[in-house]
Design a protein around this ligand. Structure first.
Ligand code: OFO
Length: 165
């Protein structure tokens, strides 16, 4: 059985994951409008992953006999100054999510909720990976610049996400 405070924290996290999904979909749409199909492809895959994160938490809350409460999803931004600022926002957002996961983990430790701690290990690992991939893309953008062939090459590379296994 989940405590009310862990249940509330997990419900808030479900909302954050759906917001992440919404944010990346909005970013994908911006990339499509800028003729960056590879960026859009990467962001749409990310959007699907975020839905998966929300559903993982949804299933866990139900499995533990809790009740899922879905809140309103806030409106994501729809305009971005450049691909670099967009990826800076991806990285900032993932860092924020890492902080949120860590604070639920701390709560689970304080309440001796071992099952929630074990479930959150997956999210803690996932956040390491997500921050690393956002920062790698951001660094490439900063080094290679956003114009001409460099941007085209990065767009092609991002368009191959999911094909390398
Ligand atoms: Fe991007 O990992 Fe979930 O939110």
């Amino acid at each position: 059985m989940l405590s009310t405070s862990i249940q509330d924290a997990l419900n808030e996290q479900i909302n954050r994951e759906f917001y992440s999904s919404y944010l990346y979909l909005s970013m994908a749409s911006w990339a499509e409008s800028k003729n960056l199909p590879g960026f859009a492809h990467w962001l749409k895959l990310q959007q699907k992953e975020e839905n998966g994160h929300a559903m993982k938490l949804y299933n866990y809350v139900n499995e533990r006999g809790g009740s899922v409460e879905l809140g309103a999803i806030k409106q994501p931004p729809s305009d971005f100054d450049s691909p670099t600022t967009l990826f800076q926002e991806v990285l900032n957002h993932e860092r924020y999510i890492t902080g949120a996961i860590n604070s639920i983990y701390e709560k689970a430790i304080a309440e001796k909720d071992y099952a929630t701690q074990v479930m959150l290990h997956w999210f803690i690992d996932e956040q390491v990976e997500e921050e690393a991939s956002a920062s790698e893309i951001l660094n490439t953008l900063k080094m290679a610049g956003e114009k001409g062939p460099a941007l085209l090459m990065l767009d092609r590379q991002l368009g191959r996400r999911g094909q390398q296994g």
